[in-house]
Design a protein around this ligand. Sequence first.
Ligand SMILES: *[C@@H]1O[C@H](CO)[C@@H](O)[C@H](O)[C@H]1NC(C)=O
Ligand SMILES: *[C@@H]1O[C@H](CO)[C@@H](O)[C@H](O)[C@H]1NC(C)=O
Ligand SMILES: *[C@@H]1O[C@H](CO)[C@@H](O)[C@H](O)[C@H]1NC(C)=O
Ligand SMILES: *[C@@H]1O[C@H](CO)[C@@H](O)[C@H](O)[C@H]1NC(C)=O
Ligand SMILES: *[C@@H]1O[C@H](CO)[C@@H](O)[C@H](O)[C@H]1NC(C)=O
Length: 212
Amino acid sequence: MINYLYILASLSLFHTALGAVAAAPGAQNGTDASSVHLVDRDIFGEQVVSVNATNKELFALQLPDSSHTDIDKSKTFDSTRVWHSNGSTANGGYTLAQGFFNTSATSKEGGRKNAGFVQLSGCINLDKAPQLNPSDKGGFYRDSRPSVGQNANFEGSRCEGYKHFVECVQPSNGQFILRCCNDEEDCPAPSGSQKCSDVLNGSYGACAEAKA
Ligand SMILES: *[C@@H]1O[C@H](CO)[C@@H](O)[C@H](O)[C@H]1NC(C)=O
Ligand SMILES: *[C@@H]1O[C@H](CO)[C@@H](O)[C@H](O)[C@H]1NC(C)=O
Ligand SMILES: *[C@@H]1O[C@H](CO)[C@@H](O)[C@H](O)[C@H]1NC(C)=O
Ligand SMILES: *[C@@H]1O[C@H](CO)[C@@H](O)[C@H](O)[C@H]1NC(C)=O
Ligand SMILES: *[C@@H]1O[C@H](CO)[C@@H](O)[C@H](O)[C@H]1NC(C)=O
């Protein structure tokens, strides 16, 4: 336990020392898509997800870092990492299998107070998702904003170009959505037996009608 805490503390010092130089945040409203750098920053103790609103084939998302792992379990043990879309040019990143989604879509909207959000939603093809346990009811990841504290992952969890994110992953019904927003109210998380689609409107393809 002591070693574990020490590693976390070192990571966060390392992050503080290098993060300011290596990882300047992008435009807050996400309007400048060209400023989004799909770079694997796990090395800085950060986990940076991203969505390209105009190209649903270019994204980075958080998932368990080993096979057949429940989402909640991956949060408890901080065993997540960033996975990049197949074909992304990220340096040294881990890439997902081609066909990870059997359907997916992106959209960019103003949100409740017009602060702006972008999202990638879809239906996971479990045959191409060895990271997930197909019978896991799933859960969600979020940015490490202070108001959610330890409920988030590493302190460096964030979405490129936006202040907040929520990523809902429900393997048992196939629903997936990553939404990056500037107003916390635009990034609600499901609770209890709610499906991703109950709280995060999006295109879920064949998984839209799935039971929780
Ligand atoms: C986002 O996708 C568009 C359309 O394919 C592309 O022109 C642009 O370079 C992409 N942005 C990034 C940061 O990859
Ligand atoms: C994308 O998927 C194809 C087919 O599975 C594979 O050959 C290729 O190496 C992948 N590209 C990347 C960057 O992972
Ligand atoms: C933020 O982006 C949204 C969606 O593109 C846009 O409707 C809104 O006007 C933008 N808000 C600001 C403050 O730039
Ligand atoms: C997409 O994947 C889900 C499981 O995640 C499956 O139930 C559904 O039938 C698939 N749809 C297509 C068109 O492959
Ligand atoms: C969100 O919901 C509205 C109506 O409920 C629908 O018209 C719209 O297409 C939905 N957006 C997405 C991305 O599915």
